[in-house]
Write a protein that binds this ligand. Structure first.
Ligand SMILES: Nc1nc2c(ncn2[C@@H]2O[C@H](COP(=O)(O)OP(=O)(O)OP(=O)(O)O)[C@@H](O)[C@H]2O)c(=O)[nH]1
Length: 395
């Protein structure tokens, strides 16, 4: 559920931002059109950079999409052998574009120069064949309806709109459920592609593609950043992000080191997978911290909370609140084994309810200390909290 909310937020905000950019560019066309040759010349370079950059960071969907759009741009600007065929078969081009985006949204991003990249390429070629067969079949079907004097109003929408809406719904579902920015980029591409098809985007291709390809670069940067700076299990910022924050902190802050009590025993009793679920639940409860506290997964079963511009008393008060919240909270642990039909009908659940406690050590930065030294003092306070019976906050 949490992931769906995240996916919804990422999808909606991306659509709004890219929509606002296109609207803004359309409103200021006179300015951009005066500089069109710059876009036309730099777009080839931008395509090459995007393909190399996304391949390097294993964003195969963005790399393939950029390569296809690059090929399309070369085709419409030069007299390639297949240019005339493409102009005559515009519907194929459009449906093929939708299908490729739908396909890339379904398969996992992998290295481009790998056997997976090769399979993806074959599937992309198959999309072209599928688009051709789809248009051929729908033409035959529509001719059949006409010959038999059937009148179906939606018949006219069969060749283009049916695949378009299917792919939009598929990508919407994928982008919301995975919260992946690459999938959102595919959705945006389908929308832009269809807006161009219906001539709703009053912009030359060089400008439309410059916006789209720059957006792809941004997606790869943001995605790679969050891979490097986010902890995969809990979704919290990682220790590397804490180090980054330490460089921009002012001189007044407190640091709290948080550690789950007897977590080894917990792992031994319930298993590592359930231990992982507990880590996620503790992380989500810690995220409810107020007073501007910033939470990080320090490593293992340890978390760090930094309170910029807060006194020791203020931080301790908030940490006490969070400690009590976690101690009181009954965590429902999902059993990985499927319940039998009988257990379900008896209302019996294999899910377990467990509770854990945390110990916290907190320290305020004094004039003579840097970030690492303050962290060390917080760690010593945590040791004190453990020594004095756990489930408490020590200074
Ligand atoms: N499930 C799971 N366990 C982890 C992870 N990271 C660290 N651990 C476990 O966390 C446990 C930490 O144990 P200890 O450092 O001995 O401390 P403790 O059992 O929490 O006891 P106290 O800190 O003294 O209260 C070890 O069993 C690690 O295997 C993780 O990502 N997932």
């Amino acid at each position: 559920m949490e992931n769906v909310a995240k996916g919804f937020k990422a999808t909606l905000s991306s659509l709004l931002i890219i929509g606002a950019i296109f609207l803004g560019v359309m409103e200021t066309q006179h300015f951009w059109l005066a500089k069109i040759s710059i876009f036309e010349q730099s777009l080839y370079g931008l395509f090459i950079i995007t393909i190399l950059f996304s391949s390097y960071f294993s964003h195969s969907s963005i790399a393939f999409l950029s390569a296809i759009l690059g090929l399309f741009y070369i085709t419409i600007n030069t007299n390639m052998a297949w240019s005339n065929w493409l102009v005559a078969n515009n519907n194929w081009l459009v449906v093929n574009g939708f299908l490729v985006c739908g396909l890339l949204g379904l398969i996992k991003d992998r290295g481009v120069l790998s056997v997976h990249g090769f399979y993806q390429l074959i599937l992309i070629v198959l999309c072209g064949v599928t688009a051709y067969l789809w248009l051929f079949t729908s033409d035959v079907f529509l001719l059949f309806l006409k010959a038999n004097e059937y009148s179906i109003t939606w018949g006219a929408y069969l060749p283009i709109e049916v695949p378009l809406f299917t792919v939009i719904l598929l990508l919407l579902w994928r982008s919301i459920s995975t919260a992946s920015l690459s999938v959102v980029a595919l959705l945006v591409s389908v929308l832009v592609w269809s807006f161009e098809h219906y001539q709703l985007l009053d912009l030359p291709w060089s400008i439309t593609l410059t916006i789209l390809v720059s957006y792809y670069i941004l997606v790869v940067v943001v995605d790679s950043y969050s891979l490097a700076y986010r902890d995969e299990l809990t979704g919290l910022p990682s220790r590397r992000a804490l180090k980054q924050l330490s460089l921009s902190l002012g001189s007044s802050y407190t640091i709290a080191m948080v550690d789950i009590d007897h977590f080894k025993k917990f792992n031994d009793k319930y298993g590592h997978d359930i231990g992982d679920q507990v880590l996620k639940l503790v992380a989500s409860k810690l995220s409810e911290v107020k007073k501007g506290g910033k939470i990080f997964r320090y490593g293992g079963e340890e978390f760090t909370i930094v309170f910029p511009r807060k006194s020791l008393v203020q931080s301790k008060q908030e940490l006490e609140r969070i400690r009590k919240l976690i101690a009181k909270y009954k965590m429902v642990i999902r059993d990985p084994k499927r319940q039998t039909k009988e257990e379900r009908s008896n209302g019996k659940s294999n899910n377990k309810k467990v509770s854990v406690t945390i110990s916290i050590g907190v320290a305020i930065r004094s004039n003579k200390q840097n970030f690492e030294q303050t962290l060390k003092v917080a760690d010593q306070a945590l040791y004190k909290a453990k020594k004095s019976g756990r489930n408490n906050v020590s200074v």
